[in-house]
Design a protein around this ligand. Structure first.
Ligand SMILES: N[C@@H](CCC(=O)N[C@@H](CS)C(=O)NCC(=O)O)C(=O)O
Length: 223
């Protein structure tokens, strides 16, 4: 299987961490792609009309996105402990957990547009602050609702990668005043799946060099 990836994407890392957790990472050929709404990547658009990574090309040629769909697909390919619990009570809590933590990543990216990515003259502080409030409220919610961490599900993987990204990009100091969340994240960060997938790289919103025939930035295969 081929995974169109990005070494600084919380969504792409979520997929790769999940693959490590269920023992499927070695079956993935990981290919780095830069994507941005201001820098068209035609190779990604050809597979996903949203132009976003992660994208999974399955062994039978089927193309899957987004990260939640890919993770659920991969979870069906192994016989170990499921990341998406079957029992409805646990399943919907895991899905809710995944949804709110993906909301942290969504809001964090929105904050980055209003702080660094958008040209300064177009940044709007009230919008930045509104998104920061969502991150703050979600971290408070998680501090109060965290599980005991004894069983890892897709929500935990989504949360670990989203919080790591928030810290990596210095979007929000989630540890301040949240001892449980901070301790939980410390433990998650020590897992081999997290250690093997550390974030790297800068966001590329404009192409430093482009291929004159396609206008595209370049994809890089990762070892
Ligand atoms: N909901 C999607 C979000 C994917 C996403 O936003 N990926 C970013 C990389 S962090 C992207 O490719 N952005 C390009 C764009 O917005 O045009 C998922 O969970 O996979």
């Amino acid at each position: 299987m081929r995974l169109l990836y990005q070494s600084h994407s919380p969504y792409a890392r979520k997929v790769l961490v999940a693959a490590h957790e269920i023992g499927l990472a070695e079956r993935l050929e990981v290919i780095h792609h830069e994507t941005s709404p201001t820098l068209r990547n035609s190779a990604v658009f050809a597979l996903n009309p949203l132009g976003k990574v992660p994208v999974l090309i399955c062994d039978d040629g089927a193309v899957l996105f987004d990260s939640s769909v890919i993770c659920e697909y991969l979870d069906g390919l192994h016989h170990g402990h499921p990341l998406f619990p079957a029992e409805p009570g646990r399943r919907f809590m895991a899905l809710r957990h995944q949804a709110i933590t993906m909301g942290i990543a969504d809001a964090g990216i929105a904050v980055r547009w209003e702080t660094t990515r958008r040209p300064e003259a177009f940044r709007w502080a009230p919008l930045r602050d509104g998104h920061l409030q969502k991150i703050e409220a979600t971290c408070d919610f998680l501090e109060a609702h965290l599980g005991d961490g004894s069983v890892i599900d897709i929500g935990d993987i989504a949360l670990a990668t989203a919080l790591s990204w928030v810290e990596f990009r210095q979007v929000y100091a989630f540890r301040d005043g949240r001892r449980r969340l901070a301790a939980w994240h410390e433990r998650m960060s020590e897992r081999p799946s997290m250690m093997a997938t550390l974030f790297a790289g800068d966001t590329v919103d404009t192409a430093p060099t482009t291929d004159s025939s396609t206008g595209d930035s370049h994809a890089l295969a990762m070892a």
